[in-house]
Design a binder for this molecule. Structure first.
Ligand code: UD1
Length: 354
């Protein structure tokens, strides 16, 4: 069996690392990097740290509007698929690379497998929600990470080819966490004490492109009294510059370059609290047993909203501060909504048996 795997953005590199190893035991894998993320800190560092094979193709599409980026990826992938004639195209998550990979394949009559199928925030203002819904409806094999993802697909009439495989992030996190605890020196480098700081990640257009919202969030976090370590996504750094906020950041902020997975995991593991608008980080905080405060009004990872482990606070100062200061039991959850270790090998076996 021949599989073309499509990745392009940071979280996809993390998700594909373990699965790629498993797939290569059973099938021929051709790896395509769309080039959606291209800076060293946004791309190559993940390939190096997680020993991901060098991509066979890099489409180098770079940045652009959604139409331009998706269109360029579509054109590039179509050429690869015509040349390689795979049995399956494998896509991850909900980015423009995901949708373009699925669309190019299905138009050529090539089967599509989607890892992280069935997630819904039911918020169509998020580009990711459009990408998720369309990709699921184009897919032949749908690897749902949770029971609720399976139920979401059923509501849309999708039952064929659906597998509750568990979440590939569980394996990715365990693998990288053991490396992080041995090798990462990020706490010493930044002179941080365990449990004495907050880790912030924020890159959603809803937060970065609305400067009033951005100002409110930064202002609220400035009042927490804790050092805030903020590995800033390029989109966010640009927004901070354009809004004039970068020169007037509250003194407790430490803005640093985006981090690789190993250092980010260490920084998350030892934080008092994680503040984020990312989807994947809400889930990682849950798996690590660290309190998460989410700068959104909704989440596709509803399983994390139990026992105060994750709180949706939007961009409201009072809600942000209350959630950060609420009592919290830091034990890791006994509930395992994302499944046990082994999703990558379960997915590889199902694919190889088609
Ligand atoms: C994308 C995904 C999002 C995912 C995120 C992870 C879509 C619609 N969104 O959002 O779901 O959570 O990746 O990071 O696919 N940029 C650089 N260097 C880079 C990459 C990006 O400078 O290496 C800048 C560019 O100015 C670009 C902007 O960041 O315009 C946004 O990048 P893009 O890939 O379009 O979307 P993300 O916000 O990263």
């Amino acid at each position: 069996m021949k599989i073309v795997t499509v990745v392009g953005a940071r979280p996809q590199f993390i998700k594909c690392a373990q699965l790629s190893k498993e797939l290569r035991k059973q099938a021929e894998e051709i790896l395509v990097h769309t080039g959606q993320h291209y800076d060293y800190e946004m791309s190559k560092i993940f390939f190096d740290e997680l020993s991901i094979p060098t991509p066979d193709y890099n489409l180098e599409v770079g940045s652009g509007s959604h139409g331009i980026q998706t269109g360029k990826i579509l054109m590039g992938i179509e050429d690869v698929l015509i040349k390689e004639e795979p049995d399956f195209v494998l896509v991850f998550g909900d980015t423009n690379s995901t949708l373009a990979g699925a669309l190019a394949a299905s138009k050529l009559g090539i089967k599509v497998a989607h890892v992280e199928a069935g997630l819904r925030s039911y918020d169509r203002t998020m580009p990711e929600e459009i990408n998720r819904v369309l990709t699921d409806h184009l897919s032949d094999l749908l690897f749902a990470p949770t029971k609720s993802a399976v139920a979401n697909l059923k509501k849309e009439g999708i039952t064929k080819g659906v597998h509750n495989s568990g979440d590939v992030t569980v394996d990715a996190l365990e693998h990288a966490r053991s490396i992080a605890m041995k090798k990462s020196t990020i706490l010493d480098t930044l002179d941080l004490t365990s449990n004495g700081y907050l880790t912030l990640t924020m890159h959603r257009p809803a937060n970065t492109d609305d400067h009033n919202r951005l100002r409110t969030i930064i202002g609220a976090l400035g009042k927490t009294g804790y050092p805030i370590v903020f590995p800033a996504h390029p989109r966010t750094r640009n927004a901070l510059k354009d809004s004039g906020l970068l020169e007037r950041m509250p003194p407790n902020f430490r803005i640093i370059e985006p981090l690789g997975y190993v250092d980010l995991l260490r920084l998350m593991s030892e934080a008092r609290c994680i503040v984020t608008d990312s989807g994947g980080i809400q889930k990682e905080a849950f798996l690590l047993g660290i309190r998460c405060v989410t700068l959104r009004e909704n989440t596709e990872w509803t399983e994390t909203l139990v026992d105060g482990r994750n709180t949706l606070v939007g961009a409201n100062e009072t809600r942000i501060l209350n959630a950060i200061n609420a009592p919290y039991s830091s034990k890791r959850s006994k509930v395992m909504p994302f499944g046990k270790l082994g999703a990558p090998s379960r997915i590889a076996k199902i694919m190889a048996s088609q």
